[in-house]
Each structure stands twice: as C-alpha cells, then as structure tokens.
Design a protein around this ligand. Structure first.
Ligand SMILES: C[S@@+](CC[C@H](N)C(=O)[O-])C[C@H]1O[C@@H](n2cnc3c(N)ncnc32)[C@H](O)[C@@H]1O
Length: 293
C-alpha cells in the first residue's frame, strides 16, 4: 500500500497513464463552513487527470452531496465517462437533529470508461435483510407455498439436496395462470437467495462506524468493500490497483486490505488525518510487513 501525504492535484500527475483500475473518491463537498477538510480543487483538471490514469475498463466511485456533486457528475459526463449507477447509502439515522429535514443518506455515483462492466455481486442474505423481519416473513411465506404444489416441492428438495435447479429458468417454469392472471412462484428463487446471497441493490443500508471513527466524514469500510466489489476488473487481486485521492482516514485502504487488494494508493493532505489513518492501516498488519509511506 502507498499512503502518501500530499496534494492530490500534484500527486496524480506522477501516476502513469492507464495505471489505475478503480478510483474511489470522497472529495470535500464544499458546503461546510470553517472546516479544514473543505479545500477547493481545480475540478476540471483533476477529473481530466482521472481519465488519463484510469485503465480502459476503469471505474470512478464518487461520494458527494448537493451542487458540487451534481457539477462533478456533469464534468465526468462531459469528459466522456459513462454513467453506470447511482447508489444511496442509507445510514438509518440523521446527521443532525437541528436540521429541518433529517438527512439519513449519502449519494454515490459510479462512472466507467468505455470498457467498464459492473460485476454481479452476491451479498449474504442476512446482511441484506438486516433487522427487516417483515421482509423475512414474506420470504418464509413464499417458501411455504411449496406445500401446495408437488412439482415445486420436488424442485425445492432437489435444490436443497444438491444445489441443482430443475426448472429451466425458474421464473418461467413456475409461472402459473390463475383466473387469467399470471402468478409467479418465487419459492425456489427465495431459497436460492437465502443460501447463495442476493444481488447488490441501489440502496445500501449500513450503520456508521460511530464509536471508533477518527475522521469527521469517515465512511464505513463494509460500504466501500461492497462498492469496490461491483467494479473489480477481470484480473487477479494482486494486479488490481485502487486509488483514493481524498483518503481522509484511509477507510478505502482498509476495504482494499479486506478484499485482498494490496495495490492501494491513498493520498491525504492533512497531517492529523494522515497520521491517524496511517496508524489505522498499520494495525491491519501482518499481511504486509510494512506499508510504503
Ligand atoms: C470527505 S473527506 C474523506 C473521508 C474518507 N472517505 C474517510 O472515510 O476517512 C475528504 C478528505 O480529503 C482531504 N483533502 C482535501 N483536499 C485534498 C487534496 N487536494 N489532496 C489530498 N487530500 C485532500 C481532506 O483533508 C479530507 O480528509
């Protein structure tokens, strides 16, 4: 890992063309008053440089809020990046009780270069459902329907015993017409999501890592892992390079470490955040003896 203390506008110039697979950035949102992390940057020049350093199938994962976020999205579009998806991080609780509207989310956009392809990622069922008991009850009821249909019962048993799906396209084969209306039976696909996980969604519900945060706008590591997984190129983990040019407490570095990606480049301008972040990453050893500074 390369943890660099410096100004990204200068550091990015040192990176080779098409040398980074994923850029994950959480730039200053430029609306807070008297906060040291709120530094303006030459947006057009910076995003042009991102285009230069990203591989042809490279991605940008970008956090942001308000006018600056919409402006950055427009710049990326203008530079020829392809908009892939917008993700909402549902934090479940409000940032400040003083606000008229309690803000419980953050927005993330994903852009790619010409060959970028979003991966299908399976998220464990329990992680996806969380404490949503009513949705779990709906799934139980879906599975319960096998007791009134012997072919579904046999198909479910076969799937649970062997992992094999006997329906040729489960949705089609298990569709029945009742009183002229199509009814899709989801018993087997529901069992499948419980055992194999669910596709990622555009709303990711995750609590903030409140108690051990060392940065005022620290992002949850698990959120970053899930976002990065969507953008992984068709390469070995050893070959993948991820960069965060507004690294703060190096949350993205920890996410990369957890995913087995050692080639992380993190750049942070502020001494205090940088030092706290390095300490944090240092505690993640021992997969690497020493991180490069
Ligand atoms: C929104 S915070 C990122 C927080 C980070 N996602 C985390 O989880 O800790 C933005 C960070 O970018 C840093 N920063 C601002 N301008 C910078 C620049 N030109 N080069 C490098 N870092 C910069 C700020 O000091 C701040 O820590």
């Amino acid at each position: 890992m390369k943890l660099i203390k410096g100004n990204s506008e200068e550091e990015i110039l040192k990176l080779a063309d098409e040398s980074v697979d994923i850029v994950c950035i959480d730039p200053p949102y430029l609306y807070l008053k008297n906060q040291k992390l709120e530094r303006e940057f030459d947006e057009r020049l910076f995003f042009e440089q991102l285009k230069r350093v990203l591989t042809k199938d490279g991605f940008i994962i970008m956090f942001g809020r308000g006018v600056s976020f919409y402006r950055w999205n427009c710049i990326l579009d203008d530079l020829g990046f392809i908009f892939k998806e917008e993700i909402v991080w549902d934090k479940s609780y409000g940032s400040s009780p003083l606000m008229a509207i309690t803000r419980v989310h953050e927005t993330i956009s994903i852009f790619g270069k010409e060959k970028a392809k979003i991966q299908k990622v399976k998220i464990p069922y329990v992680e996806m459902k969380g404490e949503d008991l009513s949705s779990i009850k709906v799934d139980i009821n879906r599975i319960k329907t096998v007791f009134s249909n012997s072919s579904h019962f046999d198909a479910l048993k076969k799937y649970l015993d062997s992992g094999e799906l006997s329906f040729d396209g489960e949705y089609l084969a298990s569709t029945t017409i009742t009183n002229g209306r199509k009814r899709v039976n989801r018993c087997i696909s529901t069992a499948q999501t419980i055992s194999e996980g669910m596709n990622e969604k555009t709303i990711i519900k995750l609590k903030r890592e409140h108690y051990d945060s060392i940065h005022p706008t620290q992002k949850p590591v698990r959120l970053l892992e899930r976002l990065l997984q969507l953008c992984l190129p068709n390469k070995t983990k050893k070959e993948i390079v991820v960069a965060d040019f507004f690294a703060g407490s190096f949350s993205c570095g920890e996410a990369c470490y957890n995913l087995g990606i050692d080639n992380f480049i993190g750049i942070e301008i502020d001494d205090e955040y940088y030092n706290l972040g390095v300490e944090r990453i240092d505690k993640l050893k021992p997969r690497q003896e020493k991180f490069e500074l």
